[in-house]
Design a protein around this ligand. Structure first.
Ligand code: GLU
Length: 448
């Protein structure tokens, strides 16, 4: 059987971490099975759906490297939905209801106050023609519900295992709004049938929807696809994601935090699985090791600090040719391979390199706490041309003259030359700064 999956975002906001994880899982599943990946935009709600969000979601998916083989917009398929709706109306599987939102809210409250589940009571099914005419005369327009069969609904979920519902324990879902526009549930099922979707991977917040969807597939004469519901992401302590984390979008991670796409994917692909979280520089190893069965039912703990840790590892493994265009984009077109190789081990994210570029090129405020020692060291500085050995030649000479060693020897030199007390290896940094600037910094008088 050839596999086909879809990722179905609603373009009502940016792509957030949780949805990106579902997209990634869906994509990895498709690629690991040699299957196809459909991007379906769930844009039947004209008020909340925005083209700019659709474009931003696509942009985020592309940045993550999640390419799609096919794309569909639900707003282009309204005529098709009407055809299928007509069939369900004819078969009596959807029925008109006239309750107002206020009436429904009240019914719900009453049931809950009696400790009863808030299941719709199907009062609409016993309306007389006279009552319907009265409602119509009042200007009420019906919304439509799908009539669930009161029978067991079961499926073998690729992540959750055996899942069982009873149709009688669920409310008949509303599938058409008062204005006649079809809602997510039915459109989604019609699309999944028409696009030959074999597996639906989505968040566990959709589990009870799936129970109703299975009956919709059957009512439309289709065999339901397979399902996998991934556990939602929680914070590092297992609690609900905070507002800040919950609203963290892929665009924020890219633009505000300056992170690598593969740091994000390396974490999201393994979160909540039995595989270790490791820094990868391409999606391939994640495709190769992907299996839905590795995902746990328990919520996946998300700690953004881990993305930064992975990001640093990825940067440390990145060769110059993979970053030179981006370095030019961040305003460092003259930065060369020697510079990149000297400082990359000190970067957590690529933009950190700007700090080291400033250290090398100035201006730098040298930190000189022991002016006599620095003055003495300055007299021992080897003459140019300098080589990779210059640093060790110089520090050996200083050691011999002053008797200093270890931190006492190196730290004051580092502080004088870079103005900082940590950073890249000084043998390399010395060459990047160059003889003129090193001399100048060593001879700087301590600020009064
Ligand atoms: N648009 C729905 C959502 O974002 C799609 C769910 C599904 O995958 O069916 O929740």
């Amino acid at each position: 059987m050839s596999v086909k999956v879809r990722f179905a975002p609603s373009p009502t906001g940016m792509l957030h971490v949780g949805n990106a994880r579902t997209a990634l899982m869906t994509w990895l599943f498709a690629r690991s099975q040699g299957g196809r990946f459909l991007l379906r935009i769930d844009d039947t709600d004209p008020e909340r759906s925005k083209v700019e969000y659709e474009l931003a979601i696509e942009d985020s998916l592309m940045w993550l490297g999640l390419n799609w083989d096919e794309k569909a917009n639900q707003k282009d398929r309204l005529a098709r939905y009407q055809e299928q709706i007509a069939k369900l109306q004819e078969a009596g599987r959807i029925y008109p209801c006239y309750e107002t939102p206020e009436e429904l809210g009240l019914m719900r409250k009453t049931l809950l106050s009696r400790s009863k589940p808030p299941i719709y009571d199907r009062a609409a099914l016993s309306l007389t023609d006279a009552q319907i005419s009265k409602y119509e005369a009042e200007g009420r327009r019906p919304h439509w519900r799908f009539k669930l069969n009161h029978e067991p609904i079961e499926w073998n979920d690729h992540i959750r295992g055996e899942v069982k519902f009873n149709g009688g324990d669920l409310s008949d879902p509303v599938v058409i709004r008062e204005d006649g526009s079809p809602l997510y549930h039915l459109c989604s099922v019609i699309d999944d049938i028409d696009f030959d979707i074999t597996h639906i991977i989505r968040g566990e917040d959709h589990v009870s929807n799936t129970a109703t969807h299975i009956q919709m597939f059957e009512a439309l004469g289709a065999v339901p696809p397979e399902f996998a519901h991934n556990a939602l992401i929680s914070d590092a302590e297992g609690g609900k994601l905070s507002k800040r984390l919950g609203s963290l979008s892929i665009r924020d991670l890219r633009e505000i935090e300056g992170l690598e796409a593969m740091a994000v994917s390396s974490l999201l692909a393994r979160l909540g699985t039995s595989d270790p979280i490791e820094a990868y520089t391409s999606l391939e190893p994640l495709v190769e090791s992907f299996a839905l069965s590795k995902f746990s039912r328990a919520s996946a703990k998300f700690d953004p600090a881990e993305i930064f840790r992975l990001n640093a590892k990825i940067i440390h493994d990145t060769p110059f040719e993979a970053v030179n265009v981006r370095l030019a984009e961040i305003g460092l077109p003259d930065l060369d391979e020697e510079f990149w190789d000297a400082v990359k081990a000190n970067l957590e994210k690529i933009s950190d390199i700007k700090d080291w570029w400033s250290v090398a090129n100035g201006p730098v405020q040298p930190v000189i706490e022991e002016p006599d020692f620095i003055a003495q060291a300055a007299t021992l500085l080897p003459e140019p041309p300098w080589s990779p050995e210059t640093w060790s030649q110089w520090t050996s000479a200083v050691k011999e003259e002053t008797g200093r060693k270890g931190k006492q020897l190196f730290m004051p030199l580092r502080q004088a030359i870079t103005g900082m007390d940590h950073g890249p290896e000084l043998d390399k940094l010395l060459l990047l700064i160059g003889p003129d600037k090193v001399k100048e910094r060593l001879s700087t008088k301590k600020a009064a």
